[in-house]
Write a protein that binds this ligand. Sequence first.
Ligand code: PAP
Length: 338
Amino acid sequence: MAAPSDSNTSNSFLHPFFQESCYPEELRESIISLPREECWVAPYIYNYKGFWLGSIHLYGALRSQQQFQAQHSDIILCSFPKCGTTWLKALIFAVITRKQFLVSQETLNPLLTTNPQDLIRNMELAYARENSPDFSVNNGLFRVLSTHLPLALLPKSVGESKCKLIYVCRSQKDTLVSFWHFVNKLRGEARGLGAIPFPHTFDKYCRGESMYGPFWDHMLGYWKESLENPGKVLFLKYEEIKEEPDVQLRRIAAFLGCPFSEEEEEGGVVGGISRLCSFERLSNLEVNKTGKSYYSPNNVYFRKGEVGDWRNHLTDEMAIKLDQIVEEKFKGTGLKLC
Ligand code: PAP
């Protein structure tokens, strides 16, 4: 399967492959025959092996499964959308490149001039666009990529190699609110479309019919793997990073086999990375305020960065319903959302 070429793309924030008429010939029949639901930024999301994927994500997932060859030293950041991907990209980048970009010389750090989403690329979107995407970071010193794919849909080589996965999850009430704002921003900026009413988004989310959903199966897949194979999957929570960024940074560094040395601890490297990657610092950078990446303006990845914003959007009834879903789905698994 060839990726849609760049000549097939437009200046729009949304890839034309979101349109059914642009599906590649070899996939059109198989995609169109899948169960589908309306999507807010694309014509449809499709149910593929139990998960809801937009056409471009599905296409990229199938190509990733065919072509991606994991290497033992790969680092893969996995997440359900809006759970803290951008933040974790920044943290991982800063941790692994800290010997090249000393926090004491912060001004040289690429995080100040490049959106974290561009420093660490999303696998399925990269494969949807390119035949042989490059996931090297910092001139090939590392290979790091991200994915929103559930564990069950990852390329086989990921499980066969010794590559490491870092998963981040977040309270579903805040994730839903973040997702709703994100979708409406994309609809408005890219397509001039009106906002989706929140109750409509809520209902579909609760049914699991949102991008990469259902969220419960997504989270449980990685959660179970992290319990069975803790050297392979590190399971993080957005709220815990927010509360104690330094503690979680030490976990990340140790998991990746590059723990902070005593000298680094004494030199304030951990706190330096936390500050560099903080919402306040990153969201106020020019590149993240006015820059654009291939798929969207960079500022769509920075909204409030807070815990508990759901209180401004969910009614008591909605909050109870979502809590009940989480409780029921996660019962007996040991996984608790904040
Ligand atoms: P993605 O799944 O599309 O890649 P992702 O980065 O996971 O997006 O989610 C964006 C959320 O992370 C936004 O949350 P909010 O809508 O509730 O505000 C965004 O503000 C938040 N975010 C981005 N960067 C940071 C950061 N450095 N610290 C804390 N939160 C952040």
